[in-house]
Design a protein. Structure first.
Lengths: 296, 221
């Protein structure tokens, strides 16, 4: 095992692409569950899925511009990120339009994104490695520019969360109370929607369109079963997410597994372990304690 | 806080819920609003809280027209239903309080509120482990976090057992004696031990207002 581990560390030190992959993975591993927590509280877990499908539409249009029209586009991923943000705003608009059937917004946006993808992937020359990378992630091929973008985005998004922590918590848990406290809920909603789109777009490079939502939701799903407070739950979610990114990256380096799939499967493994532990171990200790924990 | 409502009518789509409601409360008054289901009690509350948009010059808080009123931190509200809150995600009582604290409130004052409401020992508990009555008290404490001068409670004792109902009214009466204006929505006037100064009977959107003195005189006759 040791030489394998050493090989991973040597690659990290010697190879730029490995460093870019690690920085990108660690930052996405921080942003995705942070934003994902607020998404889960608002019961919008499917939104990341909808946005990633919509951004695939943007990626496909980017590929079409690049491959068929030969337009000077640096990277279709940026169009994908813009599309994720547009998709987020579209969902918000549809949620306002169908006030009593808000979830209708998701299949509409997913359908539009998927249809655009099918159309433009075909126009761009059909299925190829690039498309595969967008679907399942290609963290080992991130560019230097992208690393700078993700560092910038992380600084801005984490600062916003830090500055407006109270407001974000209240709006997530109880929007009516937030309005009563004079918080401008609509402004926060638009800003958080844009940020959500941005994080989904940025995460695509790590695990791909089809797996983005897992990076945002699964660590949170595991953490909320063990967290005792809001802050500890956020922290645990980030730890789970970082562990899966780093171990996933390592495993994919050693065994040449696809990185996105390995990261997500590691996430799932953590979730299953937590559920198992809760069900069999914590439950037993709770049963033993029961007589003294009776409350009013 | 002074509350003035003049000729307020309000409806949803084509249905009129409130018809020409007018009343005035001085600082330190205690109004109980009584009425059947669908009589417009909660709608009236939502209008006063600015959650329902009302035309100009219908509601004034401390003399300020409600659409231009900005001092919302001095208005506390305890909702009837607690289902606006997302429970399943872990958050402690203390974290709920901290997130609701927007005016200068010291740590001691915060603990004082928790103590008065009777949930001091629950401050580090995850709120999804609390009983209905305990949760209700968390929401009352949250409403008191920014030292409100007007407190609006919408059927606050629905989920609370008898012993805690008495305790609750002692606490609300004490707050009122300290000068906080109280508006309490209640299904039945008899079951409350509120030291109210005014009662409003709402029936099909129309209001009949009496002072506590009138009711006592009626009872004596």
């Amino acid at each position: 095992m040791e030489p394998v581990l050493m090989g991973f560390f040597r690659a990290l030190i010697e190879r730029e692409f490995m460093q870019y992959a690690l920085v990108t993975g660690v930052l996405v591993g921080l942003l995705a569950p942070m934003i994902g927590s607020f998404v889960v509280i608002k019961r919008l877990s499917l939104i990341a899925n909808a946005l990633s499908h919509f951004s695939l539409g943007g990626l496909s249009i980017g590929l079409f511009f690049l491959n068929t029209l030969n337009l000077p586009i640096r990277d279709p991923l940026y169009i994908g990120i813009v599309f994720a943000v547009i998709g987020a705003l579209l969902i918000e608009a549809l949620r306002n339009y169908y006030r009593n059937y808000k979830e209708i917004s998701m299949p509409i946006v997913i359908s539009l994104g998927t249809a655009l993808s099918a159309l433009f992937i075909s126009l761009a020359g059909g299925f190829n490695t690039e498309v595969y990378n967008y679907l399942f992630g290609s963290i080992l091929t991130v560019s230097r520019n992208f690393v700078f973008i993700i560092i910038g985005a992380t600084v801005v998004i984490m600062s916003l969360i830090f500055i407006f922590y109270k407001q974000i918590v209240i709006i997530s848990f109880d929007e009516v109370h937030a309005r009563l406290l004079g918080i401008r809920v609509n402004v926060f909603r638009v800003v958080s929607t844009v940020i959500l789109g941005l994080v989904v777009g940025l995460s695509i490079e790590t695990v791909g369109v089809l797996l983005v939502s897992s990076l945002m939701i699964i660590p949170v799903a595991a953490a909320m079963k063990v967290g005792r407070s809001f802050k500890s739950t956020l922290l645990i979610a980030v730890l789970f997410s970082e562990a899966s990114v780093i171990f996933g990256l390592w495993l994919s380096f050693v065994f040449a597994f696809p990185s996105g799939a390995t990261i997500v499967l590691f996430n799932i493994l953590i979730l299953v372990t937590i559920i198992g532990l809760k069900k069999f171990i914590f439950k037993r200790s709770l049963e033993e304690k029961q007589p003294e924990t009776a409350t009013e | 806080m002074r509350v003035d409502v003049s000729n307020l009518s309000f409806g949803y789509d084509y249905r009129t819920v409130l018809k020409n409601i007018s009343f005035s409360l001085e600082s330190g008054d205690f109004l109980v609003v009584v009425g059947n289901n669908g009589s417009g009690k909660s709608t009236l509350v939502k209008c006063i809280l600015g959650l329902n948009h009302v035309p100009d010059d219908k509601i004034f808080l401390d003399g300020r027209e409600i659409n231009r009123f900005r001092d919302w931190l001095s208005v506390g509200y305890v909702p009837q239903k607690l289902d606006d809150f997302n429970y399943e995600f872990p958050i402690t009582v203390n974290e709920v309080m901290q997130a609701s604290k927007f005016s200068k409130v010291t740590e001691e004052e915060k603990l004082g509120v928790l103590d008065r409401v009777g949930i001091l020992e629950l401050q580090n508990e995850n709120i999804n482990t609390l009983s209905g009555g305990q949760l209700q008290r968390v929401f009352i404490a949250r409403a008191l976090m920014n030292k409100p001068r007007l407190l609006i409670l919408d059927e606050p004792t629905v989920a609370v057992d008898k012993k805690n109902v008495d305790r609750f009214y002692r606490f609300i009466n004490a707050l009122n004696e300290e000068g906080v204006t109280i508006i309490l929505i209640s299904h039945h006037l008899e079951s409350s031990n509120a030291n109210y100064s005014h009662v409003m009977y709402l029936q099909e959107g129309q209001a009949k207002m009496t002072s506590a003195f009138d009711i006592e005189a009626e009872g004596d006759a």
